[in-house]
Design a protein around this ligand. Structure first.
Ligand code: SF4
Length: 270
C-alpha cells in the first residue's frame, strides 16, 4: 500500500476532518474557510472525561446500562442539596467555555448520572498529540492506557444499541494510523495495537472496536478526498450523503439532490 500523494506544502490533515470527509467531502469543501466551533456537548463530555476515575468510585450506581439516562432528573439528594461533583465540573466548564448556556448544565447532570459507577481503568496519559508523517494525519488521543486496548477516544454522543457507530469505526482506524509512529506504542517488537476503546459519555458506556479492512479502505478513500480538497479540487458528493440533515443544503447544489440547471435557478420554487 503506497502513501497517497502529499500536497507540496507539508500539511497534516486532522482525524476529525477525515471523519467528516468520509460522510460528505462536499460539506468539508464548503466549510473549508469556516472556523470549527466546538459543540457545547463535546466541551461537557470532555470535561466529564477527566473525572471518570472519581465517578467510577462513586457510590451511586450507573444508570447507563439500563438506558434510562434521559428519564432521570437532576442528581440532587433527597434533601435537595446539589451534587458537589456536578457543581465542581460545571465550574471547570464555565472556565473552559465562559459562553456556555446555563441550560447545558442538565446535559452535564445526565452525563454524570450515566457515568457513575462505570468500570474505568485509569489512563497513563491524556490528550496525547500524535502525527503520522508518512500519511500526513494528525490527531489528539483522549487517553492512553497501560494495557490493551491502549488508545481511548471520547464521544459526546449516545452509544448505539450494539457496537460502535459507523463513523467511529473510521475514527478509530484514523487514530490507529495517526499513532503508528508513536514510540510508546512500539512495545518491544509486539504487534501494533489494533483496537481502540470508545467512551460514549452520555450513555456511560465504553466499547472496544477493532477496525476492519473495509474501515481502513474507507479511511484511505477519505484521506485521498481530503488531500484533493486541500489542493483546491472540488469533490463529488457520495450517493449516500446525508443531505436531509445538512446545514449546507441552501448553498449546496447537491443538497437539492441534482445539480441545478438554469431552469432550477430561475424558475423552480425554493
Ligand atoms: S447538502 Fe448533501 S452533498 Fe451538499 S454538503 Fe450537505 S450532505 Fe454534502
Amino acid at each position: 500500500m503506497s502513501a497517497p500523494a502529499r500536497p507540496s506544502e507539508p500539511q497534516f490533515i486532522p482525524v476529525s476532518t477525515l471523519v467528516r470527509t468520509s460522510v460528505c467531502p462536499v460539506r468539508v469543501y464548503l466549510e473549508r474557510h469556516e472556523g470549527i466551533v466546538e459543540p457545547p456537548e463535546y466541551t461537557i463530555a470532555k470535561q466529564v472525561g477527566y473525572h471518570l476515575g472519581s465517578l467510577a468510585l462513586s457510590d451511586t450506581p450507573s444508570v447507563a446500562e439500563s438506558e434510562t439516562v434521559l428519564s432521570i432528573g437532576s442528581p440532587q439528594d433527597p434533601a435537595g442539596h446539589s451534587d458537589p461533583l456536578v457543581e465542581g465540573i460545571w465550574e471547570e466548564i464555565r472556565i473552559v467555555r465562559p459562553d456556555i448556556d446555563d441550560s447545558m448544565k442538565e446535559y452535564l447532570e445526565r452525563c454524570i448520572a450515566a457515568c457513575r459507577g462505570l468500570a474505568w481503568e485509569e489512563p497513563v496519559a491524556a490528550d496525547v498529540a500524535c502525527a503520522n508523517r508518512k500519511y500526513g494525519i494528525s490527531g489528539r488521543i483522549d487517553w492512553m492506557f497501560g494495557r490493551r486496548p491502549a488508545l481511548g477516544i471520547l464521544r459526546a454522543t449516545r452509544a448505539p444499541t450494539y457496537g460502535v457507530w459507523k463513523q467511529d469505526r473510521i475514527r478509530a482506524a484514523a487514530y490507529l494510523l495517526a499513532a503508528e509512529e508513536m514510540d510508546q506504542l512500539k512495545n518491544g517488537g509486539e504487534t501494533f495495537p489494533s483496537e481502540v476503546r470508545i467512551a460514549y459519555i452520555p450513555s456511560g458506556i465504553v466499547r472496544t472496536v477493532a477496525p476492519t479492512a473495509s474501515d481502513r479502505r474507507r479511511l484511505l478513500a477519505a484521506l485521498r478526498k481530503a488531500e484533493a480538497i486541500y489542493r483546491g479540487e472540488t469533490p463529488q458528493a457520495p450517493p449516500d450523503a446525508p443531505c436531509d440533515r445538512c446545514p449546507k443544503q441552501d448553498i449546496c447544489t447537491r443538497g437539492a439532490r441534482d445539480p441545478q440547471t438554469l431552469f432550477d435557478r430561475f424558475f423552480r420554487k425554493k
